[in-house]
Design a protein around this ligand. Structure first.
Ligand code: SF4
Ligand code: SF4
Length: 215
């Protein structure tokens, strides 16, 4: 028997085994009777991105600084960001508009990879069907923002690692800030110190040799 025929027979045997065992062994049945049954969501399941916030206030606790790195990295260009401004028109480090068009998003996770502020993560929610094909699938900032507790429930290991990274980064920034403040204080104290009153006298000059007087 040729190698090809052996391979085909082996493959058919695996298929037949799975087919007959699927009648009495659940792990051999890869499909579920949706919507009555739902597939198991694992921490590795990913669908579309969401934005993270800390604390109770979604806007004040937003991690996103509107740096637009994700917008530029997104291959199908389905992220749209506009920076926020205060009443005086001064830019604020957060997005006023942050939209993701999920009808275009291809779940590649590149936006998550490039984000330097741990502000965007992949969600596993999949029941997002909508009657409105355009506006209904355009997810805005309000719907994208989810709490850190939500992230911990979704993927506890990754969320804990993210928290540790943020804590280490904040501790380093705090240590650098304290070192800078100490340096400034020392420089200010040095500048205030009164100048020394005792002036150093210049070194005595040696008298040039006098010519001898002739009598
Ligand atoms: S997952 Fe990929 S396609 Fe979707 S928004 Fe992020 S970068 Fe864009
Ligand atoms: S989600 Fe991250 S990468 Fe995207 S704009 Fe916000 S801070 Fe920048």
């Amino acid at each position: 028997m040729s190698l090809l025929a052996k391979g085909i027979l082996k493959g058919m045997a695996v298929t037949a085994k799975n087919f007959f065992q699927s009648y009495y062994r659940k792990e051999r049945l890869p499909t579920v009777q949706y919507p009555e049954e739902k597939s198991t969501i694992t921490p590795f399941t990913r669908n579309f991105p969401f934005l993270l916030y800390d604390g109770d206030d979604a806007v004040d606790g937003m991690r996103c600084t509107a740096c637009t790195l994700c917008e530029r990295a997104c291959p199908p260009q389905c992220i749209y960001i506009i920076k926020d401004k205060d009443e005086k028109g001064k830019p604020i480090l957060r997005p006023r508009i942050f939209d993701i068009d999920t009808s275009v998003c291809m779940s590649c996770q590149l936006c998550v990879e490039v984000c330097p502020y741990e502000a965007i993560r992949m969600d596993s929610a999949f029941e997002l069907s909508n009657e409105n094909r355009f506006e209904g699938l355009l997810i805005n900032r309000g719907d994208l923002l989810k709490s850190n507790d939500y992230y911990h429930a979704l993927n506890p290991v990754e969320a804990r690692e993210t928290d540790d990274r943020i804590a280490a980064k904040n501790a380093l920034a705090e240590a650098k800030k304290k070192a800078r403040q100490k340096k400034t204080r020392l420089a200010a104290a040095k500048a205030k110190r009164p100048p020394s009153r005792l002036k150093k006298s210049p070194p005595a000059r040696e008298k040039p040799p006098q010519p001898e007087k002739s009598e």
